[in-house]
Design a protein around this ligand. Structure first.
Ligand code: KDG
Ligand code: MG
Length: 404
């Protein structure tokens, strides 16, 4: 029997902070799990290092479901982003071990491929609508078949998703305290429909376009935005309102037919049970890294399949290549895959991570390497030290703290 020999936690920062779990078995097989929780990385590292890794040594490495239940039910304090990200890392690492032990890519253990590749969407951004349209055209030239569009808003200093001066966008900012952004809902609601009108005019009706409202609107404002965007045929409108109150989506759903995507901050199926069961959303954005790993995401998405809700897994840079690979193996295997976010990591990331997954012709593919198919260079990791970094805090024009 293959036993877990050791489990170690690694914090590294090639380009940005990542937390990884490395599991090694008595047979000498190594598996990796992603435990990165943007802006709260060290909380998960401590959860793993202080409370989980010591429990893993000696367990049967093949008992993945049992280990998941042991960590979830066995902690009594179940759920929440810190615990579920920690459990996800263990689960991913054990599936990785299983695939490597059997010499097969993980998707083969999840039922095999249901499609040829995972349709990916890229992020087009612009400090003006003209720049945004140029960015959309560049993405089309780079092979993307679906594109998220985010633009600066006249009169607002910092807008989610839009980097300044053409730099690559990275939501977390290094520094001892979070940076602060200023938000004006009225200016946003006036500008976005006009922005979509110009983008649609420029690129035609066929390109699937997405947009992320990033939790800032009330249900009534979200309904207004959704209705105003209906003429532009969006693939999805994301995170229109904070989602603690799942019932709020009844109001939005009954007011607009715009396809809705929600859930990059979900930790488990319990965060979206009502949304799915009442068909209040079209896409669920939960990811393997933040929602309990492959084992739990598989159940979450199987539940979603019953109600016609498809996957749209979070894939921003704060999900490490290990987590992205996990999303891709699962996405390739399930029937109700929708789309996968693709926000490429900066080139320095490949100093530490070598991935079997590829992006080509608009599709991400997990590759045929055994397990998750990501190699992690332990020595290189040590060259990139953790640096404190936070997501921004958002305030209204009068200084009131608002959702970011
Ligand atoms: O950690 C949070 C970011 O990943 C998030 O703000 C990015 O909204 C996001 C997205 O859709 O990628
Ligand atoms: Mg988002």
């Amino acid at each position: 029997m293959s036993r877990i020999e050791s489990a170690s936690v690694h914090v590294t920062a090639p380009g940005r902070n990542y937390v990884l779990l490395r599991v090694e078995t008595s047979d000498g097989v190594v598996g990796w799990g992603d435990a990165t929780l943007n802006g709260r990385e060290l909380a998960v590292a401590s959860y793993l290092r202080d409370h989980v890794a010591p429990l893993l040594a000696g367990l049967d490495a093949t008992r993945i479901e049992d280990t998941w239940q042991y960590l979830y039910r066995g902690s009594y304090w179940r759920g929440g982003p810190v615990a579920m990200t920690a459990i996800a890392a263990v689960d991913m690492a054990l599936w990785d071990v299983q695939g490597r032990t059997l010499g097969v890519p993980l998707y083969q253990l999840l039922g095999g491929a249901s499609r040829n590749g995972c349709l990916a969407y890229g992020h087009a951004t612009g400090e003006s609508v003209e720049d945004l349209i140029a960015s959309v055209r560049q993405h089309l030239a780079d092979g993307y078949r679906a594109i998220r569009v985010q633009s600066a808003i006249p009169g607002m200093r910092d807008v989610y998703g839009v980097p300044r001066g053409g730099a690559a966008y990275e939501p977390a900012v290094r520094g001892a305290r979070p940076t602060e952004a200023t938000w004006d809902t009225g200016a946003y609601l006036r500008f976005i429909p006009a922005m979509f009108e110009q983008v649609r005019d420029a690129v035609g009706p066929d390109v699937p376009l997405l947009h992320d409202a990033h939790h800032r609107l009330s249900p009534r404002e979200a309904s207004q935005l959704g209705r105003s965007l209906e003429p532009y045929g969006l693939f999805w409108l994301e995170d229109v309102t904070p989602v603690e109150d799942q019932a709020a989506f009844r109001q939005i759903r009954s007011s607009t037919t715009v396809p809705l995507a929600v859930g990059e901050i979900f930790s488990s199926v319990w965060d979206c049970k009502t949304l799915i069961q009442e068909r209040l959303i079209d896409f669920v954005r939960a990811s393997v890294t933040h929602a309990g790993g492959i084992s739990h995401m598989r159940k979450l998405l199987a539940f979603a399949e019953l109600y016609g809700v498809r996957s749209g897994m979070h894939g921003a840079t704060d999900i490490s290549p290990v987590g992205i690979a996990a999303n891709l193996h699962l996405g390739l295997a399930i029937n109700n895959f929708g789309i996968q976010e693709h926000m490429p990591h900066p080139p320095v990331t490949s100093d530490v991570f070598t991935t079997a997954y590829t992006f080509d012709d608009g599709y991400l593919r997990p590759g045929e390497a055994p397990g998750l198919g990501v190699e992690v260079d332990l020595d290189a990791m040590d060259r990139f030290e953790y640096q404190t970094a936070y997501l921004p805090v958002n305030r209204l024009v009068d200084g009131t703290v608002h959702d970011w």
